[in-house]
Design a protein around this ligand. Structure first.
Ligand code: GCO
Length: 450
């Protein structure tokens, strides 16, 4: 058994988001978000739940940060709820919302935990959606106003500012209907995407205007690289390539190179879904950022023929109990792609990585033996350490998530936590993986069998 060692200043943490953990959706002046509304429509959420209570972290953050402290965590990712700060998305500020995040951030520092904040993690104020949401170009200003408010209120007490977490969620919400607000038009999805990229650029400019000395600004993007199920099948290859163009390249290229790629432009032209792009837009999106947040969970294998997919297991894949592929090398490949295709040389943080169980038994002695989660994280950490050894500037790693939480359309059916939550009593029980991760974070090393 060998040991993998991480650099002394490598940060271990967990990632969370407001809508998924806070609850208190109608308390202390918070306005509703598109997810509060979307989740009340029957059929939208697997188990019919809403984010109204979630993990009740709004009231239990001290206890939850104690858990993080006991797990030796260096850092904690969270997001601001836009409608808790600005109940109508703009205009009147909710002081109680500001006060909550002040307490939350203070509580992190008191425990020596470094806050890493996302300005936007999918929960658009419902009032803004009523005015067109991400389809209305004015949203760039609405977002900018909100971002400036956050920078002024919390500024340097937050060293990491992500403008947007996973912009693709907006595409899914406007083009595919699977996420809030639930539109199903490709044209909408592409326009919403363009606006969210502009909002990112606006956020970066606003950040620079504030001249914060001790903070960095960046963005968090999820990379699920598509590969052909059958590498010698031309149609599978074409499908995988196009999926990559339509997903992560559609964000990375504008941000790092200042234009949409020709493959995507042709696709949007042919499909009559070209967004309205105005002069100066691409320059605004293409501004230097200080760090890159990479969310990586897996790769995707694409097949051009229906019905072939179930046989993917015969392809030598390694599958987990939840049915997803165990492919930890995905993170190494994503880092490699960022460095080769985009020449990313700013610090990279793995801002999310994790896996879920649908059923997790709590044993009589109050334990949860989530062996597969531990092995999944161990595998990803191995490939991250390999990338570091080969010169990649990876500075930290966040498990999604601290707690089992409200997993969007799956409701409470997918448990991603290192810590188990009983949603009837809100009781927290650290799983076996939490104990293992605590040891890794505490020693900055882990066992590895080559
Ligand atoms: C994400 C999401 C999380 C999800 C997680 C698990 O940024 O994708 O930030 O909200 O819960 O990815 O699906």
């Amino acid at each position: 058994m060998g040991k993998i060692r991480f650099p002394k200043d490598f940060m271990f943490g967990v990632a969370t988001s407001a809508a998924q953990l806070e609850g208190a959706a109608r308390e202390d002046g918070r306005g509703l978000s598109i997810w509060d509304a979307f989740s009340t429509i029957p059929g939208n959420i697997g188990d019919g739940s809403t984010p109204e209570i979630a993990c009740d972290m709004y009231h239990r953050y001290e206890e939850d940060l104690d858990l993080a402290r006991r797990m030796n965590l260096d850092t904690f990712r969270f997001s601001f709820s836009w409608s808790r700060i600005l109940p109508e998305g703009k205009g009147k500020v909710n002081q109680k919302g500001i006060d909550y995040y002040k307490r939350l951030i203070d509580a992190m520092w008191k425990r020596d935990i470094v806050p890493n904040a996302s300005i936007y993690h999918w929960d658009l104020p419902y009032e803004l959606e009523r005015q067109g949401g991400w389809l209305n170009r004015e949203i760039v200003d609405w977002y900018g106003e909100y971002a400036t408010l956050l920078f002024r209120e919390f500024g340097d007490s937050v060293p990491f500012w992500a403008t947007i977490n996973e912009p693709i969620a907006t595409y899914v919400g406007y083009a595919q209907g699977g996420f809030a607000p639930g539109y199903k038009l490709e044209k909408y999805g592409r326009q919403a995407n363009h606006h969210i990229l502009l909002a990112h650029g606006e956020g970066v400019s606003r950040f620079r205007q504030e001249n914060l000395k001790d903070s960095m600004v960046g963005i968090v993007i999820d990379i699920w690289q598509h590969f052909p199920l059958r590498p010698d099948n031309q149609a599978d290859c074409e499908k995988a390539c196009m999926e990559n163009e339509k997903t992560f390249h559609s964000y990375l290229n504008p941000i790092f190179k200042g234009c949409y790629r020709s493959e995507l432009l042709s696709y949007m032209e042919a499909g009559n879904c070209m967004p309205i792009i105005m002069s100066g837009d691409m320059e605004k999106i293409h501004q230097p950022i200080d760090f890159f947040g990479l969310n990586c969970y897996n790769r995707v294998l694409d097949c051009s023929e229906q019905g072939v997919m179930p046989e993917r297991k015969q392809n030598g894949g390694n599958f987990m109990e939840n049915g997803t592929e165990y492919y930890p090398r995905a993170v190494y490949e994503a880092i490699e792609m960022l460095r080769k295709e985009y020449e990313v040389d700013i610090p990279i943080y793995i801002t999310e990585n994790g896996t879920y169980n649908c059923n997790e038994a709590v044993t009589a002695d109050n334990r949860i033996h989530d062996t597969q989660r531990t092995e999944y994280i161990r595998g990803f950490l191995y490939w991250i350490s390999k990338a570091i050894q080969e010169g990649a500037d990876i500075r930290g790693y966040y498990v999604w998530s601290l707690l089992d939480n409200w997993e969007w359309c799956a409701g409470h059916n997918m448990r991603y936590g290192l810590v188990h939550v009983d949603f009837d009593t809100q009781k927290r029980i650290p799983k076996d993986s939490a104990k293992w991760y605590a040891a890794v974070a505490g020693t900055k090393e882990m066992d590895w069998n080559e």
